[in-house]
Design a protein around this ligand. Structure first.
Ligand SMILES: C[S@@+](CC[C@H](N)C(=O)[O-])C[C@H]1O[C@@H](n2cnc3c(N)ncnc32)[C@H](O)[C@@H]1O
Length: 266
């Protein structure tokens, strides 16, 4: 684990306590799934399939996939997140396995293959090496296994996220080896009253980086879909629709904010 990842892990340990209160755990405990209709349709029937969830945070999505019938394993490097995922699993009586490690070290912890490798919603920017990430996904998939990701579109990252009105480009779209340090007073994405104490280091990756590293790792892209809506409030003018998706009223159908991708191991 490098010094940037160590710092990021501290941030995610800090944020676990915040998100336990803001993620709607009570609704989940009462049976509500955190998997939206787009993912349910695009991932397809998971009943009886083994599913590896990379960067699972405290496992709400992992446990929701288990409720859909998958045999689930969730991985995250935040000790607090994984401890809470284990607690939730016990409290809800859902069968699941959680592993606490850096995804780049996963092969030292896990020696099996999966029907589905799944990851979603706020994960790419934490990855220092996307080529290795794609290789890890491919290595953990059974032949004909499926990889699925739902993620914010990297184009969203170029805009000034404090400015209202017309979108203003202030950040680069393309990848740099050195991460960007974030240490400002922006509120947390899930709890607008909370400002993180720990800084973070994040890497920008373009859409072609994501696609090309997956192809290079031996995956066949089945589809990539782009959406003008998002799973969280990333920009100040965003409004929520009746289904819980965030959109930019002045840019509907004009720019992508989110993508989904499904690929098959050859
Ligand atoms: C935005 S959250 C995951 C998204 C998840 N869908 C959610 O909202 O619950 C990002 C997660 O990535 C994890 N993470 C970041 N870098 C990681 C790494 N190198 N290895 C394992 N987990 C990592 C963090 O601990 C955090 O739980």
């Amino acid at each position: 684990m490098n010094k940037f990842e160590e710092t990021n892990k501290e941030l995610w340990n800090e944020l676990t306590d915040v998100h336990i209160k803001s993620y709607g755990i009570d609704k989940f405990k009462n049976g509500k799934s955190t998997i939206d209709k787009i993912q349910l349709k695009e991932v397809g029937d998971v009943r009886g399939k083994s599913l590896l969830h990379l960067q699972c945070h405290f496992g709400l999505d992992t446990l929701s996939w288990a409720r859909e019938g998958a045999i689930v394993t969730g991985v995250d490097f935040s000790e607090k997140s994984i401890a809470y995922a284990d607690q939730l699993k016990e409290e809800t009586n859902i069968k699941a396995r959680f592993i606490c490690c850096n995804i780049y070290d996963l092969k030292s912890y896990l020696d099996e293959k999966f029907d589905i490798v799944y990851t979603s919603q706020g994960i790419i920017c934490w990855l220092k090496d996307l080529e290795k990430w794609a290789k890890i996904i491919s290595d953990f998939l059974n032949p004909n296994g499926v990889f699925y990701i739902m993620e914010h579109h990297p184009i969203k990252d170029i805009f000034n996220d404090e400015k209202r009105g017309e979108l203003e480009i202030i950040y680069p779209y393309f990848h740099s080896k050195e991460p960007t340090k974030w240490d400002d007073d922006s509120p947390d994405y899930s709890d607008e009253t909370y400002i993180a104490k720990n800084p973070s280091y994040q890497w920008q990756w373009s859409l072609s980086d994501i696609i090309n590293y997956l192809i290079k790792a031996g995956l066949q892209i089945e589809f990539i879909h782009e959406f003008d809506k998002l799973f969280y409030k990333a920009l100040p003018d965003m409004k929520k629709d009746k289904y819980g998706w965030w959109y930019l009223p002045n840019y509907r159908n004009k720019i992508p904010l989110m993508f989904t991708l499904r690929a098959k191991k050859e």
